[in-house]
Design a protein around this ligand. Structure first.
Ligand SMILES: C[S@@+](CC[C@H](N)C(=O)[O-])C[C@H]1O[C@@H](n2cnc3c(N)ncnc32)[C@H](O)[C@@H]1O
Length: 314
């Protein structure tokens, strides 16, 4: 259940950040939220998806969802620095009872752009090859759709040139590129695509390849310390965690050390943990106490302090 009209409270703190318990609406109304105007270099978040059926944490549906997300986007945008980025992961939604996709997620993007006065810097497709087949009725039972395996990440900003540096997210060169760098020669000239390839264009080792905007991550590691912590403490594992690699990619691309990263829908605090590891300041907000409790397992010191503070069994 969401709280309303309550000032969010600090659930725990680390060297670089703090997890607040409360709703983002209350956070934005609070003195802390007001004091953060112009401070966040990146808001990185995965909001509750527009769903056909309401979930435990109160997802809104239809136009109510659009209005809610649009209003929030506008207020959250005010927390960004002048060259800050607003990065939102949104999955796909399906119409109830029909093998038909809902356009709500796309409408949500358009609403966020207009209500928040944002520009769309780039779209990313994030494929998760390990995702279970869904929607099950159309994919597994009737076999008339293929599995829905990706989410969209929309990178937005109020300015056309937010702080960004793709040198921070280079990937390893392919074997053929490595060979070419060793050989130091290739066929230059005009390609069928009309691109003109210069004699030395590809001979410089820039430390790695510039990635494309189709990313691939899985969330399959069942032995990670977050899940182990939840298991040991009998806590519910968050059902919609994002892969840490996804947060890492955007933290590195769009922020520098000591910048502030904000996740208003913190969940299991993947964003905060990645930000901490990369030396960024962070603030996360989450209303569900059980998800907050589990998220402590992402931080050694917080988990230890929490265990030491627990009452001794009688
Ligand atoms: C998709 S999940 C985020 C998962 C997160 N990225 C992670 O890796 O664990 C969305 C979260 O938003 C929370 N939420 C729902 N309504 C909220 C609100 N009004 N304010 C803040 N958080 C909310 C839910 O409890 C849920 O944990």
């Amino acid at each position: 259940m969401l709280m309303s009209g309550n000032e969010p409270t600090i659930a725990y703190e680390t060297d670089l950040g703090a997890m607040y318990q409360g709703s983002v609406e209350d956070f934005l109304d609070s003195s802390l939220g007001c004091g953060l105007r112009g401070e966040a270099q990146m808001i990185f978040t995965s909001p509750p998806f527009p769903l056909n059926r309401k979930k435990r944490y109160g997802n809104k549906v239809g136009t109510e969802y659009l209005e809610w997300l649009g209003d929030l986007a506008s207020s959250l945008g005010d927390l960004l620095t002048e060259d800050g980025s607003f990065v939102v992961e949104l999955g796909n939604a399906w119409e109830p009872g029909e093998p038909v996709m809902s356009t709500l997620a796309l409408e949500a993007l358009l609403r966020v752009l207009s209500a928040g006065d944002f520009k769309l810097c780039q779209q990313f497709v994030v494929n998760n090859p390990a995702r279970l087949p869904s929607p099950a009725q159309w994919v597994n039972v009737e076999r008339i759709r293929v599995k829905d395996s990706y989410t969209n990440v929309w990178w937005m900003s109020r300015v056309p040139r937010p702080k960004a540096n793709n040198r921070n997210v280079l990937t390893g060169y392919s074997p053929s590129m490595k060979k070419l760098l060793r050989r130091q020669s290739y066929n230059s000239g005009r390609r069928p695509s009309e691109h003109k390839i210069g004699e030395t264009s590809f001979l410089t080792d820039n430390g790695g390849a510039i990635p494309g905007n189709v990313l691939e991550f899985s969330n399959t590691v069942s032995t990670d310390r977050y899940r182990a912590y939840c298991r040991e403490n009998d806590l519910k594992v968050h059902p919609a965690r994002m892969p840490p690699g996804l947060a890492e990619f955007f933290v590195k691309l769009l922020t520098e050390e000591n910048d502030l990263v904000l996740d208003p829908f913190g969940g299991s605090n993947t964003t905060g943990a990645v930000a901490e590891e990369l030396g960024r300041q962070w603030i996360s907000i989450e209303p569900e106490p059980e998800y907050i409790e589990g998220s402590k397992g992402r931080f050694d010191t917080v988990a230890r302090d929490s265990a030491e503070a627990a009452p001794e069994p009688i």
